[in-house]
Design a protein around this ligand. Structure first.
Ligand code: NAD
Length: 465
């Protein structure tokens, strides 16, 4: 009975949003700007509560919570508010002489009702950043936060559902059952962030309605450390990017491929920075988060035994704590190297020739990110040309996703589609082509009965198209 009530209400919300979109209210740019401003002011109003919720869910430090979640989304809204009028204007394109007299342009129109499904690791950012794009482009949205970050899920539901009409934006909390039900309805766009396994389920469900999708998935993002590099900054930037949010970042360096010549010196530096950032006993550091739940904790602890512990290796199940851990001599055919790690464990593998590192990467599914540390531009170019990944950062980790002018997304197993900044607006807009002709000139040759010789037709098409 209870299930029947839930089903009814999800179905109702989907229907309400379809009807509201048909009212064409969201086509108006000033309406979109007004709603984005409202979202921004609500986020500011709830800022302290979200800092607390992110601490409750993942023990996120306030600095990390603001920089990577709340501040990140606010910056995205600010940029969108500044640029939306420009982005939304029809874009004129060249019209070949063949069409004389005519103009051609591309109109960005909203898809309609959208569904945004998010994971638990950045539970605020990964739900609200896609929403900014969806609203900017003039869509309605149903948001499905992750059930594994319950404090953030409850708070985001309160913030959205108490302040926006359900016919425009609405949060549906829940887990697998609710998501499956949502996916059984017709949406005009589905934006999913999560694992590759669930991405396949979402893709299949969307295909039944021919609904376009964005899939922001995961994978094993490699990090190559060349012998020619600034070793100190390299180690520092890798330690930061790996252990932020306790390693539970989709683009965290998953494993290191280091040139054999500098392996020992590199490991020494990494150990130095782990100590410098998190102290002698990292469990006491309030800059380190916690593992999301016991099932992920147990999975991660089982990985530790597939390598030789060089740094860390300690854990505490009650606290869901695992020390920043560095491994070498890893078993290459173990789950540690077969699955996405998604935790504070960093395997280090050495290579002799760069080609070996390239083959190692290309033997695995295409990753979401690739990191290259090298001061040799030939090495950098070669690595970029001979591998594939969603994105690349050279001489840093994670920071490529902070630049709103770089589209963020995967390729192959790591996803489909990319967003952030203008790319979010474009992703949530259908690009509608318009050819607008006048009645001034008629070209009789195109009509039946056809008289023109093929040789003449060729000449005309070569010249005029
Ligand atoms: P997940 O795939 O388990 O869950 C994501 C969402 O799908 C959740 O809202 C969940 O409720 C729902 N879901 C789970 N099982 C489902 C099912 N059987 N049917 C329908 N819906 C279902 O992912 P997660 O554990 O929350 O997040 C971790 C994964 O997300 C990692 O693989 C990580 O790399 C990836 N990720 C990717 C990005 C990115 O931007 N590309 C960002 C963060 C995380």
């Amino acid at each position: 009975m209870e299930q029947a009530i839930i089903s009814q209400s999800i179905k109702d919300v989907v229907q309400q949003q379809r009807s509201f979109f048909q009212s064409k209210k969201t086509i108006d740019i000033s309406y979109r700007i007004e709603q984005l401003r409202k979202l921004k002011s609500l986020i500011e109003q709830y800022e302290d509560d979200f800092i607390q919720a992110l601490h409750d869910d993942l023990r996120k430090n306030e600095f990390e919570a603001y920089a990577t979640e709340i501040g990140f989304v606010l910056a995205d809204i600010n940029k969108t508010l500044n640029k939306l009028v420009k982005w939304a204007k029809p874009k004129r394109v060249h019209t070949p002489p063949f069409f004389y007299v005519a103009s051609s342009y591309i109109v960005s129109e909203p898809y309609g009702n959208t569904l945004i499904i998010s994971p638990w690791n950045y539970p605020f950012q990964l739900l609200l950043a896609p929403l900014v794009g969806a609203l900017a482009a003039g869509n309605t949205a149903i948001l499905k936060p992750s059930e594994l970050a319950p404090a953030t899920s409850v708070l985001v539901t309160k913030m959205i559902n108490e302040h926006f009409p359900s016919s425009y934006i609405h949060v549906i909390e829940g887990a697998v059952e609710e998501t499956k039900e949502l996916l059984s309805y017709k949406f005009d766009y589905v934006f999913f962030t999560g694992s590759t396994r669930v991405g396949q389920i979402v893709y299949e469900a969307a295909a039944k309605h021919l609904t376009p999708v964005t899939l922001e998935l995961g994978g094993k993002s490699p990090c190559i450390v060349d012998s020619e590099t600034h070793l100190d900054y390299t180690a520092k930037r890798i330690v930061w990017g790996k252990f932020i949010n306790m390693g539970q970042t989709c683009i965290a360096p998953d494993y290191i491929l280091v040139n054999e010549e500098i392996k020992a010196a590199f490991i020494e530096k990494v150990a130095f920075y782990i100590n410098k950032f998190y102290g002698e006993d990292p469990q006491q550091s309030d800059s380190l988060g916690r593992i999301i739940n016991h099932s992920h904790f147990d999975r991660l602890v089982s990985y530790i035994h597939h390598g030789n512990v060089l740094v860390g290796g300690e854990y505490d199940r009650d606290e869901k704590y695992i020390a920043p851990t560095i491994l070498d001599q890893v078993e290459l055919d173990s789950p540690l190297m077969g699955e996405e790690i998604f935790g504070p464990i960093l395997p280090i593998i050495s290579y002799d020739k760069l080609g070996e590192a390239i083959d190692f990467i290309n033997d695995k599914p295409k990753p979401l990110a690739l990191y290259i540390f090298s001061t040799n531009n030939r090495t950098v170019d070669m690595l970029i040309k001979q591998t594939s990944s969603g994105g690349v950062a050279v001489n840093d980790t994670l920071m490529h996703i902070v630049n709103p002018n770089l589209p963020f997304g995967g390729v192959g197993d790591s996803g489909i589609g990319a967003y952030h900044g203008k790319s979010s607006f474009d992703l949530f807009s259908h690009k509608r082509s318009v050819l607008h002709r006048s009645f001034l000139i008629e070209e009789p040759i195109r009509y039946a009965p056809y008289k023109m010789k093929r040789s003449w037709l060729k000449k005309i098409m070569d010249w005029a198209l």
